[in-house]
Write a protein that binds this ligand. Sequence first.
Ligand code: 0A1
Ligand code: ZN
Length: 870
Amino acid sequence: MLDIQTTDAAIPATDPATIRREDYRPPDWFIPEIELDFQLGLERTVVRSKLDVRRSKSAKYDAPLILNGDDLLPVNVLVDGKKWNEWKLEEGNLTLPLTGAAHIVEIEVELDPSTNTQLMGLYGSNGMLCTQCEAEGFRRITFFADRPDVLSRYKVRMEGDKQAFPILLCNGDKVEEGEAEGGRHWAQWNDPWPKPSYLFALVAGDLVANSDSFTTRSGKEVELNIWVRDGDLPRTGHAMQALKDSMRWDEEVYGREYDLGLFNIVAVSDFNMGAMENKGLNVFNSRYILADPEVATDADFDGIEGVVAHEYFHNWSGNRVTCRDWFQLSLKEGFTVFRDQSFSADMSSAALKRIEDVRILRAAQFPEDAGPLAHPIRPESYQEISNFYTATVYNKGAEIIRMMHSMMGAENFRKGTDLYFDRHDGEAATCEDFVVSMEDGGGIDLTQFRVWYRTPGTPRVSAKLSHNPQTGTATLELKQSIAAGGAKPGPSEMVIPLRTALLNPETGEHDGEQLLILDKAEQSFTFEGQNDHPVLSINRGFSAPIILENSRTAEELAFLSSHDDDPFARFEAMQQLMTGYLTAQITGTPADRDIILQAIGAVLADENIDRAFLAEIILLPTEAFLGDQMVEVDPQAIHDAREKLRGKIGVQFERKFRRLYKQCVPGEFSLSAEARADRKLRNVTLGYIAASQVEDAAEIAYDQYCDANNMTAMQGALGVLSHLDAEERGHAFESFYTRFKDNALVLDKWFTMQAMSQRSDTIKRVDALSRHPDFTLANPNRVRALYGAFAGNQVRFHDPSGRGYAMIADMVIALDPQNPQTAARFIPQLGRWRRYERGRSELMRLALEKIAATSNLSKDVAEQVSKSLA
Ligand code: 0A1
Ligand code: ZN
């Protein structure tokens, strides 16, 4: 087997800030029990902890107890009941030179949650108090062994003002509550399940609940609550349904039952990520809870279903079996993403879900693999773990699990996961433990497959199908290569499962699909009984996360786009056909456009086609995706070529698009597949009608906006209007603002749609919006809504003047002292500078250097910037 070097190997071994997977050491001290007392206040919270600390049998007799702290000062330290002054504070951590095998350590600290703008640890959000501890936030609440392999039983008493915080929530079960002096009250929460500190959570605030219940398959009753602010209660129904569906699904598909009598979810508006799986108390970005047709699009509804499921599934894949160290993050995240993807596929259309999942993978993960921040799904080193909550660890991680599932089959896969949960319940496990359980339980040898865990980069596979009419055989020759970070690909020996079928060139029929396992650098497969030269349908369902290199002719792709019975492969054939043409156009190579128009004509004429699928298959590849295919990216050339083709398709099929648009007139709102398909196709056809530059485009879009009874239609109309130079545009955006200015999540859409506009004044508009009274750097959703959308706007962010880059760099510099985690997430956009044409490339690098030259950069931003410039 070839050994592939990781990109991280370049970091010098002496760099003290770098943490390495190979340096893992088990803890010297365990803390089986912890008691916490919180005297809560928005500006002053006192935390008293009582730790039962036990020296590990394998630790040295004099190994001191080192407790992590971040921005904390001990007010008081007691050891075995006596005041203790022999502690030292080094780099934030508290060192206690203890000599015995077991002690009781008590520590008091004071916090000011109102100044916690990082949103890690205990912080205030709209008058409520909440926590975020993954990955290293607990050390901002109290001194502790803040590492995932130290598991403790938690007993928590929380006390606060009854008026400000009528609701007091923590992990586990509420065992007691009562009144206290001065208008205060308290609650005692005990969590029977040992957990690492990153799963701790506490919430105190003025909240109301949508309450329901769920009976587990063994007959246990679970109380379910979704806690929100008063007016938001009517928007919690979809999340509650998703929760109950997830609980049932995990019982049916994985045999996993919920293990407490209570499951709480809280929605908060200031949150760095999507949501967090704290034991029995999930904390969510309100964006993934609140929805009704007036404020949420169909995509928002899907996002809620997927994230609620994801967090719920973590109760087993993450909480009952957790990670030994943060290098194992994909153990819980890759597996849980695979579980939530499978759940969503079962809840609606598996084909559309797969298309969506692959779109996300290609948009977010393939560029990671191709850029300076490439890392394996199990990284070898990091400086700041927050930077490794990536599409690679999550989404590519899920693809690795999906490949195991394809190779093992559902039944053996389940035997493997059963064994994994049985063997490691209550433990902090590794990716290797998971793989061994799959081998032992599912009867498969994954020796070579393990290469996926340590190899960054996206494998490239080329396929050549030849036919021998004399022998009636077809031979498929496959070759694989790989490289990360834009290096030149070299041969590789990954295990790549490829679902493959050979289609009859006349009828498109085939006699069954096969799972080919490519596990050598070059390999060939022979198929008997092939009288005609068949058409190759390969990597059906995107069975492996690879790049398939030009293996079919345009004619074959066009044929597949109307004949392939695998919906993903059919969609993919059309995408490849369009991509081939557009990349040729961009580089000035001749290519045939008519074949694309014919292929689109064929799917538009297909009477049996599913309307939602039709809406997907006629969409052009995104500008970003096209850029990823180029050796040297010129965003303007990509934009122009794509718009030209879009316009041509719009003109060619205008009558058909107008007919479809009319047929998709929405009735009463419903989340049924048919109603959703109509909304989707209506928006896509509207886009093409506008692309054809007909005079009434703005009018049609404006009418759609005015008549809309749901956000999907409204957003579709505004999306089209946002690019136009028509007075309807101004009216619609003003009316939208007036109507929704008090709803933060909808106002985010208002910011986003303007930042995504292709108009030439977009940079100016974004700059003005950054000074709008509703804009704030303090809310991550708002920052992402404006600047995240703008940084994804290929043609405007990459304005040749470099103003787009400078704007993002200045924002990062301003945001970093407040919220380093969110600031660091903008670096990868600039980090791809090597891929761009000379002028832009240099300006992007300069923007990065400006950030690099800023004093007191956070670890988060410094790591991303230095790796991007290296
Ligand atoms: N474990 C969560 C993701 C998460 C990670 C870090 C956070 O800190 C701000 C928050 C959430 C998940 O996978 O859902
Ligand atoms: Zn997760």
